[in-house]
Ligand binder design. Structure first.
Ligand code: FE2
Length: 140
């Protein structure tokens, strides 16, 4: 799997979320260059996911996003899958780290570009730009 290049078309149009999605790309590329440091890759990824998912869910709650439940379920499955892959890596399955990158790439294509975009479309359709800005000012 080669170096991933961010494209403007990947943006869902909610700045704070797009910045976090770009960060996932950076982790992926960084991780692929330092495959030996699998502990560091998983640490970064898990910290990233907990902050990013919590922020997304806060936005969904504050905007009464009707599809929140299914979306949160996908986040949980992501976290379970990362845990599962981490255990496999610790058990010495050397190919597993490549499975992680392939899983993250699929996640990006299927969750971020589809599900997160739906949520962003919902925000833009139901709120004006200033209200979205206020909504994305997280207190924590
Ligand atoms: Fe999401």
């Amino acid at each position: 799997m080669g170096h991933l290049v961010w494209k403007p078309g990947f943006e869902i149009g909610i700045e704070v979320v797009d910045c976090q999605h770009k960060l996932l790309f950076a982790y992926l590329n960084e991780g692929m260059e330092n495959i030996a440091d699998s502990a560091g890759i998983f640490d970064n990824l898990k910290t990233y996911a907990s902050v990013h998912f919590a922020d997304e869910v806060k936005l969904m709650r504050k905007s009464n996003y009707p599809a929140i439940e299914g979306h949160v379920k996908q986040h949980q499955l992501f976290e379970e899958q990362v845990e599962h892959l981490q255990s496999a890596v610790m058990d010495g399955e050397s190919k597993t780290i490549m499975m992680l990158f392939s899983f993250l790439k699929d996640w990006f294509l299927e969750h971020i570009l589809v599900e997160d975009s739906k949520f962003a479309g919902y925000l833009r359709a139901t709120m004006d730009k200033d209200d979205i800005t206020v909504l994305t000012e997280f207190d924590s």
